[in-house]
Design a binder for this molecule. Structure first.
Ligand code: NAD
Ligand code: MG
Length: 395
């Protein structure tokens, strides 16, 4: 058989949950993938271990002092990786001419500029960083179209929908006979809890997800259902869908990762064990398929699949996100920024769990007609919303 061509991969956010899973898949296929660059915010020890193993050309840390430490440690270990520091270095390793594929796995708005750099440079872009697309949807999809980049969604639901749609699905769902997208949600750890109990949730409880092991921010988002709200916005941009065309379905087993419903009555679903290595391997190998290290789903062990409607009274964040998408412009960026600040404050013990939604709603209520035609407008809206959220938290 033909030997696959080597792909050089930059992993943005390599020390996180998605970053680690990405390196796990890459390691299984040394004939296909080489690591070009690895990046982390502050986890220098983990990045050192990753560099020793994968010998990337470049490693990036935020702080120059950390970068000097990593440089010295790598020199001592006889590893030739070049170490760079700062946010601009993230963009450089995303757009470098030697790079074929970029995994965007930084969490939050911090990942926007490097993801956009990869989009503009026409890379194969594996997008886990949903906040980037939520903030800048129109601009981002435009950059993809102009550069000819290949955008492959890594969020498990969007990866599932991508697999359930025809290969060419741009130009609106209706054109392809798709009536609706069914976006599945686990419902989070507090799905069955009363509003009173939800109000007293601690960070430890919120970070213990029943089906997925993830970073702390997305774990909290999953518990408030803001994650599903961000994913609804993400799906609108990825699949040219309106919020009305997307039905959120709570499916506690997280075995069906999402579905597409067609005009002829067919509903196509993608199933699998809840393991992010499946969508990551799909993105790396597309249109081929490779081993991801994931066991085949044991359908007899699953035995049953349950579905219920989401409760937007106990979990208002889903409704807030849908409203932000309908408002358009910078409203999703404002929603996202207020949420990031509120989740941080919750994780720091400065804000109650139920107040996350309150802070987001209050900041959203201040917004009208904020445009998002340029990156400057988006970043200004993000900054403004962070300030407004902080004011409300400190009050
Ligand atoms: P994580 O917290 O485990 O990892 C985040 C990574 O980003 C780390 O490598 C960290 O060093 C880096 N980082 C954090 N802040 C940064 C900053 N300011 N500048 C540069 N780098 C920074 O997060 P995760 O769970 O891996 O999630 C990453 C992204 O993928 C998120 O956008 C999340 O929504 C999305 N996602 C995650 C999962 C999952 O299962 N974990 C599933 C779907 C989507
Ligand atoms: Mg998801």
């Amino acid at each position: 058989s033909q030997r696959p061509t080597l792909q050089y991969v930059t992993v943005l956010g390599s020390t996180g949950s998605i970053g680690n899973s990405t390196l796990d898949v890459i390691e299984r296929h040394p004939d296909r993938y080489r690591v070009y660059a690895l990046t982390a915010h502050t986890s220098k020890e983990t990045l050192l271990a990753q560099c020793r193993k994968h010998q990337p050309h470049v490693a990036v840390l935020n702080d120059p002092v950390d970068a000097q430490w990593l440089h010295d440690a790598l020199t001592k270990a006889g590893v030739a990786t070049e170490v760079q520091a700062g946010p601009e270095a993230l963009c450089r390793v995303a757009r470098d001419a030697q790079v074929d594929t970029v995994m965007a796995a930084i969490v939050g708005a911090a990942g926007l500029l490097p993801a956009l750099a990869a989009a503009e440079a026409g890379k194969r872009l594996l997008l886990a960083n949903k906040e980037a697309l939520v903030m800048s949807g129109a601009l981002f999809m435009d950059a993809i179209a102009r550069s000819g980049a290949t955008l492959l969604p890594i969020d498990s639901e969007h990866n599932a929908i991508y697999q359930c749609l025809p290969a060419q699905h741009r130009g609106g769902l209706a054109r392809h006979g798709v009536r609706q997208l069914l976006l599945t949600a686990s419902g989070g750890p507090f799905r069955t809890w009363s509003a009173e109990d939800i109000a007293r949730v601690t960070p430890e409880q919120a970070c213990a997800h029943p089906n997925w092991s993830m970073g702390r921010k997305i774990s909290v988002d999953s518990a408030t259902l803001m994650n599903k709200g961000l994913e609804l916005i993400e799906a609108c941009w990825l699949f040219d869908a309106t919020p009305e065309q997307i039905q959120v379905v709570v499916h506690p087993q997280s075995v069906i990762h999402s579905m597409a419903a067609y005009d002829d009555g067919s509903v196509i679903a993608q199933l699998g064990n809840p393991d992010m290595r499946t969508p990551i391997a799909y993105g790396l190998a597309w249109p081929e398929r490779i081993d991801a290290g994931v066991e085949t789903l044991d359908i007899f062990q699953v035995a049953r699949l349950d579905f219920e409607a989401p409760d937007e009274t106990r979990f208002p964040c889903l409704r807030l996100a849908r409203e932000a998408m309908k408002m358009g412009g910078a409203a999703p960026a404002i929603l996202n920024a207020a949420n990031e600040v509120a989740v941080d404050a919750f994780l720091e013990g400065q804000l109650g769990f139920s107040s996350i939604a309150d802070v987001v709603a209050e900041v959203m209520a201040l917004t009208f007609e904020a445009r998002a035609d340029t990156l400057e407008q988006i970043l200004a809206a993000d900054k403004w919303a962070r300030e407004q959220a902080l004011l409300r938290i400190q009050r």
